[in-house]
Design a protein around this ligand. Structure first.
Ligand code: UDP
Length: 352
């Protein structure tokens, strides 16, 4: 089987790390890195730390609006799909790289398989939601991380075959969280801290929302550690808020997966608008407060480990002091989703 995989941003590197090596043990993979996240903090460190195979093709497509970025990716991917002639194209998650990889392949008549199919926030203002929905409807093999995702796909009557494989990010979390548990933190580091991440367009692009975000983070009654996403840094700078944030919070550069995970497993709680981080907090048994009013990872909320507060500071502060549930069921699989992805692809290609 020959698989062409298209990835381009930070969470996709984590997801590909759970699949690519297993895939290459028995099959041929061509890895295309679109360049959506291209610098050392966001790309190189993940390939090195997570031992992701070096991409066969690296594009240099980043910046610009979502529409123009997706269009440039589509144009670049068309000849690659034609020349590589894969049996199937594999895409992950919900980014511009996901949509461009899926659409370029479907238009070339090559079947698409979508890992993390069926996730929905039901918020069509999010660019990620548009990408997810569109890719699911053009995919032939939809690999879902949870039963909720399978139910969403059935309700939407997608055309492709749906399979529940579990979540590939769980594979990485289960592999890495125990290893970093005892990594020493710098002695200057606070012994009790809340780990925060924020970068969603809906939270940082609008100056009023950005101010509300800063007020919320400042209202937290513990030291807040903030590995700062470059998009958020730029918006804070534009709004004249960066100094205030640096004075009151412990601001770090974006971290590699190992450093980030070593903070996550030791945090008192996590405040985030990231999809992946909500789930990783759950897997680590760290309470999460989500800075959005919707989530795709609804089971983390119904199980009591995650609370959606949007940018309401007092709701966030009271969510941080809530008691934690005693149960933490296995919501997203057993940490072997990567193997199931490879098996599902092989059986799909073999049956054609
Ligand atoms: N992450 C990281 N360093 C950081 C922040 C996040 O390695 O400074 C990891 C995190 O552990 C998770 C992924 O990046 O695996 C989530 O990425 P992001 O929040 O950018 O994307 P989302 O999940 O919201 O699509």
């Amino acid at each position: 089987m020959k698989v062409l995989t298209v990835i381009g941003n930070r969470p996709q590197f984590v997801k590909a790390a759970a699949v690519s090596r297993t895939l290459r043990a028995a099959h041929e993979e061509w890895l295309v890195h679109t360049g959506q996240h291209h610098d050392d903090d966001f790309s190189t460190v993940f390939f090195e730390e997570l031992r992701i195979p070096r991409p066969e093709i690296v594009l240099d497509i980043h910046g610009g609006s979502n529409t123009s970025q997706t269009a440039r990716m589509l144009e670049a991917l068309e000849p690659i799909v034609r020349d590589v002639e894969p049996d199937v194209v594999l895409v992950y998650g919900d980014t511009n790289s996901t949509l461009a990889g899926g659409l370029a392949s479907a238009q070339a008549g090559v079947p698409v398989s979508h890992v993390e199919a069926g996730m929905r926030s039901f918020d069509r203002r999010m660019p990620e939601e548009l990408n997810r929905v569109l890719v699911d409807h053009l995919s032939s093999l939809l690999l879902a991380p949870s039963q909720t995702a399978v139910d969403n796909l059935r309700a939407e009557r997608v055309a492709g075959a749906v399979e529940l494989v579990g979540d590939v990010m769980v594979d990485m979390a289960y592999a890495i969280q125990p290893i970093v548990q005892d990594t020493p933190l710098p002695s200057s580091f606070p012994s009790q801290f809340v780990l925060a991440t924020a970068h969603r367009a809906g939270n940082v692009d609008d100056p009023d929302r950005l101010r509300a975000l800063v007020a919320l983070l400042r209202a937290v009654p513990h030291k807040v550690v903030l590995p700062l996403h470059p998009r958020t840094r730029a918006r804070l700078e534009d709004a004249g808020l960066l100094d205030e944030v640096e004075r009151h919070l412990l601001v770090l550069p974006p971290l590699g997966y190992l450093d980030f995970t070593s903070l996550l497993v030791r945090a008192r709680a996590v405040l985030t608008d990231s999809g992946g981080v909500q789930k990783e907090a759950y897997l680590a048994g760290v309470p999460c407060v989500t800075l959005r009013d919707t989530t795709e990872w609804v089971e983390t909320v119904s199980s009591g480990w995650n609370v959606l507060v949007d940018l309401d500071a007092s709701a966030a502060v009271s969510a941080l002091s809530r008691p934690m549930p005693s149960e933490r069921p296995e919501l997203y699989g057993d940490g072997r989703a990567g193997e199931r992805v490879v098996a599902a692809l092989a059986s799909f290609v073999g049956s054609r």
